[in-house]
Structure formats: C-alpha cells, structure tokens
Design a protein around this ligand. Sequence first.
Ligand SMILES: [Zn+2]
Length: 191
Amino acid sequence: MDVYRDDEAFEAAVKGTWSETLDVVSDEFAEFAAEECEFDDPTVKDFTVSGQAFTGRVLGFGSSKHRNGTHNGHMPGTPLPKGQTCSACRWADVAIMGVNTEDNVPMFLVLTIGKSTIPGEDQRVSTTWTPDALEVLKSLYVKSKNGHPPKIPIPNATAFRAAAAVDKSIDRVLERFEDMVPLVPEDDIFG
Ligand SMILES: [Zn+2]
C-alpha cells in the first residue's frame, strides 16, 4: 500500500491540527492518529504526554470505542452503575509512535490511553518507551481475567499491523510472530 497525500490534503492538514502541539489524551489526538493511519507518510509533529514534549510520528492507532451510539447497562447521559462496562462511555485508545529523542536514538512509544466521557473521570495514559520493536509487541498484551493467558486485543492488533505497514522493524517482528497478532477483520459484525 502506498498512499500519499495530494497537495490539497497536505495544505488542509497543515492548516488544521498539524500546526498545533497535540496532547495525546485529547480528542484531537485520537482523530489525528486515526487519520494518519490512512497514509504511508506519517507526519513529523510535536506532541505532549503527561506534560512532556516530544517530536514524533504516529505509526499505528487502534480504539475500542463503540462507534454507533450503543450503550450497555445504562441510559446514555446517566452515570454507569458500579461494575458496569460500556464501551461508548469508557474505552481505550492505543497508539504506536516513532520518536526521535534528544540524542537522536529512534525510539518507539506505545501509548495506552484510557478514555471516558463520564463527567469527573480523568483520561489516563500509560507509556512504554523502547528502541526494540519486539518490546512494542510485548507491551500490547493485556492480562486476561480468570487466569487465562494474556492476549492482544483487536484495537492493539490494529495499531500494530498499521505500524508494520510504515515501519520496517515492526514489520519484521510481525512477520516472525504473525500467529500471535489477531487478524483485524475488515468487515465484522462486531467491528
Ligand atoms: Zn454508556
């Protein structure tokens, strides 16, 4: 896949979010990151994570957000009952980024961003910084309940496979561990 922006798309992007420094917990970041995955020439740009500034590119992005307005266990706009999960109200975004550090060592940054639209709830972000593409894959595993082995959720697999399309060392890890990374269904009843 080789998809590059045409001049018009480039100009629109420069006028829009490209010129701002994006905080990775912002909604603008999620929109930007999802859009970046559609192109093979990720934009180098300034971001902040937990107040720390860095320059990098979005290599891959995935989200467990329920998109079609379906809520589970409560009426939209009302608080979630204790213990209830609703992926329209609380979800996780995953972004894999390529970062140029101060001393010019290329690093990967894996962001897991806990999102919530429930008033009073903070957005939470966890970070993994590593120069090693295999560590990126390892960081995408999530502990399962009831003693099942850890697994890679679909949004994490989506981000990893997108990153493999634009980053050679991630692609090599994907080739080696293809069977470990769930396939992302193109058209799925649960997609
Ligand atoms: Zn809800």
